[in-house]
Design a protein around this ligand. Sequence first.
Ligand SMILES: CC(C)(COP(=O)(O)OP(=O)(O)OC[C@H]1O[C@@H](n2cnc3c(N)ncnc32)[C@H](O)[C@@H]1OP(=O)(O)O)[C@@H](O)C(=O)NCCC(=O)NCCS
Length: 237
Amino acid sequence: MERRLRAGIGGGEIMKQLVTERLVLRAFRREDFAAVHAYASTVENTIYMPFGPNSEQETRAFIDRSIAAWSEEPLRQYGFAVTRKDTGEVVGGCELSLVPSGNEGEIGWMLRRDCWRQGFGTELGRALLALAFDGLGLHRVFAICDAQNQASFGLMEKLGMRREGLFLEARVPNKLSDAPYGDELRYAMLESEWRIRQEMDAYNALPRHAPSGRRGDPPRVRKEAARRTRKEVRALL
Ligand SMILES: CC(C)(COP(=O)(O)OP(=O)(O)OC[C@H]1O[C@@H](n2cnc3c(N)ncnc32)[C@H](O)[C@@H]1OP(=O)(O)O)[C@@H](O)C(=O)NCCC(=O)NCCS
């Protein structure tokens, strides 16, 4: 609890902006309307969503709700406009919403069509998970999507989230379907899984051709291997 308070739940200011390699995630502003409506009003962006394509009024209401949520006490909804560092444009939105227990959160995302498949989803997803686990000290994060939304569950898998279940006929169907219901996938990640993932990423980022020790081993492993080898050599003498 103390950790969460320190991280800003209730205050909020500290977490209002997240910066990744190519993106800045910041609170929505009213002047973002045109950029948000450009993607939220399309079928391609909302085909698997329970809402949309948005009318102008719905997009304005969404932005107003997202802005207002930052003033709630305690703060439960971290809604961000996704902006590109290189152009400054708003190209999407993403969110971390805390469930009432306060120790669990749900994440979600949407990007403008021309920004798909360039790794932006992975970048913003990692930033949301870092906010949840490192920033707020949450125990568990989950995400849900239409079972046909390959891009969304592909992103969840790329982030290292674990498929927890397929819920049949649990949501409204996609907008081109004649079926009365759609199926839903749920993915989740625990804080312990996030820590392991972080260690694995750090390990995989090490140079492949290390000057000494076994190729690609992290320093601790190389040191341990060297110690073992010395011991084995001594045993042979
Ligand atoms: C879901 C969404 C945010 C993904 O963003 P993105 O920037 O394209 O994702 P990334 O480029 O980081 O891709 C991450 C992984 O997801 C998977 N993926 C992404 N798009 C995919 C597609 N069209 N088909 C299959 N897999 C896909 C891939 O495994 C990809 O990893 P790879 O490129 O190494 O193969 C984007 O497609 C989107 O905005 N869709 C419309 C809105 C929406 O459906 N939101 C989700 C609601 S639950």
